[in-house]
Design a protein around this ligand. Structure first.
Ligand SMILES: Cc1ncc(COP(=O)(O)O)c(C=O)c1O
Length: 473
């Protein structure tokens, strides 16, 4: 029996009024972000204080739009040109509009009938994404984030390469994955979830350019074999999170081939460069991989979280999970591309295809080319400014839009000084930058995610760093 609350909750007129109000609010927000003036990118508040604010604030009955506006005002602004921090895209409005619609439609998409259009569109997106790799015999799907995508690909690797059928029989022989010591922590986590333990992740040291030392591969492989560990996969970074530097995928691919290993490329960040006329060379060797992942919500401008897992050989994309679920699909053994829950970790999942394809529908495929070219060029320009500045030091020549650098001074502990600088920048709030621990110390880290972060913003950030440093020295 329906109740007044339920009537109100599903009232289309109320939805329209709320939707319109939120749209107006976001329109105002995005307009302001184009020329933010004194509006900060981040207004940092201590976590306990933030929690207390919401605890005190939330029970009040207030209009939905007022609640949402308060959320907006108390959050980091990813569309602010001063947002140069972690690798999250300022969502392209078209992607957000698609997500908004799909959130209302709520097509769960585990089985075909629960999202027919989404199933077909997801197949199309993955075909498009595979195109530059030349993987005509391949397949793929979308999943919720790079972390889950890496785990999914590595489970496929285990299925393909392990001497024993771990899925059915459990793990009896020790297995291992080889990966850069600079890999994102989620690869380590995936290995542990797979039950590989400490010895199951062979972390290969990197050279002074933060690329896997390819000469270390053979000895580490031999060492594992001598310990009775079966190495199943080689993982390459394209690029690594900390430095934005790409591993030598050609060499890693050859090594994997020589030892019959699964070759996986974690290109959560840099996979988007496959669609760039200027930077696709960075992915040279990726076509030799067995699997690759690409995050839409990093360098392709989509709303979070949207990741493609692509396989060179279509059958591998069906091999990861073997689950009987008679309440969902009738043909348990049949691949059935359109019943997506058979292949993804998720059962119900969001309509991620719309996050990509709303962008394409509005702006065409070349949007991705323009975005990558613009953002990577911003990385180069900023690096150049750092090199030219007498008080700054570049950690390494950037290949992407990730730039690591530090303020240099002969007067004080550099790590401590740069930590204090970062803290001061966050407290100031006009720019949001992050930090990274590299071999020789603590560095400031920027990732240019916003195509509207200009040369003038870069100069202003550098001036701000200098002025904070002057006060701290
Ligand atoms: C190289 C790499 N792999 C995986 C991930 C994890 O991706 P997600 O945050 O989408 O789970 C990241 C995130 O920064 C990354 O940089």
């Amino acid at each position: 029996m329906s109740t007044p609350i339920l009537h109100q909750a599903y009232n289309p007129t109320v939805f329209h009024e709320n939707g319109q109000a939120v749209l107006d609010m976001l329109h105002k927000h995005l307009t302001k972000m184009q020329d933010p003036g004194p509006t900060k990118v981040i207004d940092y508040i201590d976590p306990e204080e933030e929690y207390q604010f919401w605890k005190d604030h939330f029970p009040k009955q207030e209009k939905l739009t007022e609640f949402l506006e308060t959320v907006l005002n108390r959050s980091i602004h990813i569309h602010h040109p001063g947002y140069i921090g972690h690798q999250v895209a300022p969502a392209v409005p078209a992607s957000a509009v698609g997500t908004w619609m799909s959130d209302l439609m709520n097509n769960g998409s585990a089985v075909y009938e629960m999202g027919a259009a989404n199933a077909a569109l997801e197949r199309l997106v993955c075909e498009y994404l595979r195109e530059p790799l030349g993987w005509q015999q391949g397949d793929g799907f979308l999943t919720s984030g790079g972390t889950l995508a890496n785990l999914t690909a590595l489970l496929a690797a285990r299925k393909a390469k392990s001497n024993t059928d771990v899925w059915s029989k459990g793990q009896s022989t020790p297995l291992a994955i080889m990966v850069s010591e600079q890999a994102h922590y989620c690869v380590d986590r995936a290995a542990r979830i797979m039950g590989l333990g400490d010895l199951g992740l062979i972390k290969v040291p990197v050279d002074d350019q933060y690329r896997i030392k390819t000469q270390e591969l053979e000895p580490l492989y031999e060492q594992a074999m001598n310990q009775g560990i079966q190495v199943i996969a080689m993982v390459g970074n394209a690029p690594s999170t900390a430095t934005g530097i790409h591993d030598d995928l050609v060499a890693l691919g050859k090594f994997a081939q020589n030892h019959d290993l699964w070759f996986h490329v974690d290109s959560a960040h840099g996979g988007a460069a496959l669609y760039s006329d200027q930077y696709s060379f960075l992915l040279e060797g990726a076509a030799k991989a067995d699997s690759i992942i690409i995050d839409g919500h990093k360098m392709m401008g989509t709303s979070s979280i949207t990741t493609a897992v692509l396989f060179k050989n279509a059958s591998h994309s069906y091999a990861t999970f073997q689950q009987d679920a008679h309440y969902l699909w009738e043909a348990q053994e049949d691949p059935e591309w359109f019943n997506m829950g058979k292949r993804t970790f998720e059962c119900t999942k969001s309509m991620m295809s719309l996050r990509f394809l709303s962008i394409v529908a509005e702006h065409g495929w070349s949007f991705f080319n323009d975005l990558v070219n613009t953002l990577y060029a911003s990385g180069q320009s900023f690096a150049q400014k750092i090199v030219e500045h007498p008080d700054m030091e570049l950690a390494l020549e950037p290949q992407t839009n990730i730039v690591c650098f530090r303020f240099k001074s002969s007067q004080k502990n550099l790590d401590q000084l740069n930590q204090q600088i970062r803290k001061a920048i966050i407290e100031d709030g006009r720019y949001y930058i992050v930090a990274v621990q590299l071999k020789d110390g603590y560095y400031l880290r920027t990732t240019f995610m916003n195509p509207f972060t200009t040369s003038a913003h870069m100069d202003e950030l550098i001036d701000l760093i200098i002025s904070k440093a002057e006060h701290l020295k």
